[in-house]
Design a protein around this ligand. Sequence first.
Ligand code: ATP
Ligand code: MG
Length: 331
Amino acid sequence: LPRVLSGIQPTADSFHLGNYLGALRQWVALQQDHEAFYCVVDLHAITVDWDPETLRRRTLVSAAQLLALGVDPARSTLFVQSHVPEHVQLSWVMESLARFGEASRMTQFKDKSQREGAAGTSVALFTYPVLQAADILLYQADRVPVGEDQRQHLELTRDLATRFNNRFGTSFRLPEAHIVQGTAKILDLQSPDKKMSKSLPPAGCIDLLDDPKVTGKKIRSAVTDTGREVVADPEGKPGVTNLLTIHSALSGRSVGDLEEHFAGRGYGDLKKELAEVVGDFVTPVRGRTQELLDDPAELQRTLAQGAARAREVAGRTVADVYDKVGFLPPT
Ligand code: ATP
Ligand code: MG
């Protein structure tokens, strides 16, 4: 079977619709015909400011949400990144291959470091894409389901893998980004020039664990565009187009179909109906997540089993790499 790997950061109390439509929905689909490795990437989460107790809680809530969304531990290896020390072990070698210049070109670093300010930007935020490369290469992943914002990091991963293979002999399979058309960049409801993010102000972000009342309010106050026709136009009407994209992805109706459906009606009707569509989707996810969190010991057992399986695969890659780069074996 082809392999798939992806990760998500426990940087908020809830995942949002961008995470789901851009990535997590594909995680669930791909586990059917791939050997899947999915992780909560807590090491990545400390590249920006964090609180230890909050991080621990969010890591467990993240795992519960993944299961609630349909990641099946019988099919997929689900684990927490810090439980598998091989991620850091491979990352160091990748850092030695990565060039300062290429890491400096990563646009996510530029965006996030601007937000954190020069004094608040950690060195780890800078090397984050290199750790991400290690995450992927450890498992010899063929496909990596991610949102559009990760395309550049996947290119870096392929560059580093190629560089290693050429210099030391082939150790890594070259992974491909699995980015779906249409939902790869869900926009913030308040700032439709930016992607929806866990780390932006919550008003524009539809959280999966929000009370449906809160969700409705956020959708009703979404920034829409001038004019009144409900039509998709990414350039001229990014806000309305984003709402149509979300509706279409969750209801399964095409955008063209929805344009017809809303012909002669206004933005208010679109928002009202979208609030219902989103409410119907998030309500059971919220319920299942809560049920899973009622038994944290069981959840942790699932994660421990996942980590053990992940280490078998990751350990083989690290052993091969450490040998090839010339580290003296410990025995
Ligand atoms: P943060 O702001 O902390 O970086 P995030 O919302 O960007 O959080 P990540 O954990 O970094 O979430 O990313 C998890 C996955 O969700 C990645 O595959 C990413 O590409 C995808 N993703 C994130 N935001 C969106 C979005 N707005 N639209 C589509 N996919 C997204
Ligand atoms: Mg992100």
